[in-house]
Ligand binder design. Sequence first.
Ligand SMILES: [Zn+2]
Length: 66
Amino acid sequence: MSGGVRDDGRYRGVIAMREYVWLECTACGDKNYRVQKETRGANRLDLKKYCRRERKHTAHKESRKK
Ligand SMILES: [Zn+2]
C-alpha cells in the first residue's frame, strides 16, 4: 500500500472551463438567450428557439459576446 498523497485527478472534471454564450437568431440576428457551456470540446450550439421578434421558433446559433 502506497498511501499518502492522492492524485487521481478528481478535481480535473470539477474545474471545467465554462463560459456564457449568446444564442443568436439566425433569421433576424437578435440575441435571445444566454446559456452556459463548457469551453473545451463542446460543439457549437445550434438550436431551435423561440424568437420574440418573429414570434416563432427559428434556428439559433451561439454567438460569443466580444
Ligand atoms: Zn429572430
